[in-house]
Design a protein around this ligand. Structure first.
Ligand code: ZN
Length: 233
């Protein structure tokens, strides 16, 4: 389209809008309720025009009455001071940790795959690929929230020696699914909340109430791979 043609088209569009917003039209629009919140055109504001009751036929809004009783959340809550919670991250309960944690505290990992009614076929395909290729501990299909996992999921566990293979493999083969990688240490709560790696987006993990200290979860592989893992030179 040439510049001249563009200008002509713009002018036509401008005129069309001007027609739409002409005083007679504005009256029409107001009547139709398009300006109930007030419409500003240039410097001119058209008054909001609430419908008259007869224009709404038999329509009556249903407004529930306020409940009678006491709020379980207390009264004069607006007077509560804003206070700083204690440190909630591991090692920060009494200020910052003095020394880093030893990386050898991690004994194994879990990979939790999250899916929903739209993405379960992707989850099924990645799960099949995993079963064919990796000696992992494969868990059940969970079609409902389970433990700290708030959406349908399945998981597999793997030992530390597989980290340099599984992590890049999951990055390339996630099919866009949200995957939580968490280590297994003696602090399950931190494992799920603060020691995590995520493939793609993260999602909430309901682990705030998990124990801060427990026996380290062990991995017992239950899968024997049947396909040689694809690898380049
Ligand atoms: Zn887990």
């Amino acid at each position: 389209m040439s510049k001249e043609e563009q200008i002509i088209q713009n002018t036509e569009e401008d005129q069309e809008w001007a027609d739409w917003l002409a005083p007679t039209r504005r009256g029409f629009l107001t009547g139709a309720g398009m300006t109930t919140a007030g419409l500003v055109i240039g410097n001119m504001e058209i008054e909001a025009q609430p419908f008259l009751s007869q224009e709404r036929g038999d329509f009556r809004p249903i407004v529930p009455p306020a409940d009678i009783g006491q709020s379980p959340w207390g009264y004069e809550t607006y007077k509560e001071a804003a206070s700083r919670p204690k440190g909630i991250r591991p090692g920060e309960e009494n200020g910052l940790p003095k020394v880093p944690r030893a990386y050898t505290d991690i004994k194994s990992y879990h990979a939790h795959f999250y899916f929903d009614e739209d993405s379960y076929e992707k989850a099924a395909l990645v799960r099949k690929w995993v079963i064919e290729r990796f000696p992992v501990e494969l868990g059940n299909w969970n079609l409902q929230p389970r433990g700290p996992h708030v959406t349908p999921s399945f998981y597999f566990g793997f030992t530390n020696d597989l980290i340099p293979i599984i992590i890049p493999w999951l990055q390339l083969n996630s099919l866009g699914l949200t995957i939580l990688l968490h280590p297994n240490t003696s602090d399950p709560r931190a494992d799920h909340l603060y020691y995590t790696l995520w493939v793609n987006r993260s999602q909430p993990v309901n682990a705030y109430g998990m124990p801060k200290s427990a026996a380290v979860e062990k991995i017992f592989p239950n899968i024997k791979p049947t396909i040689k893992l694809e690898a380049g030179a």
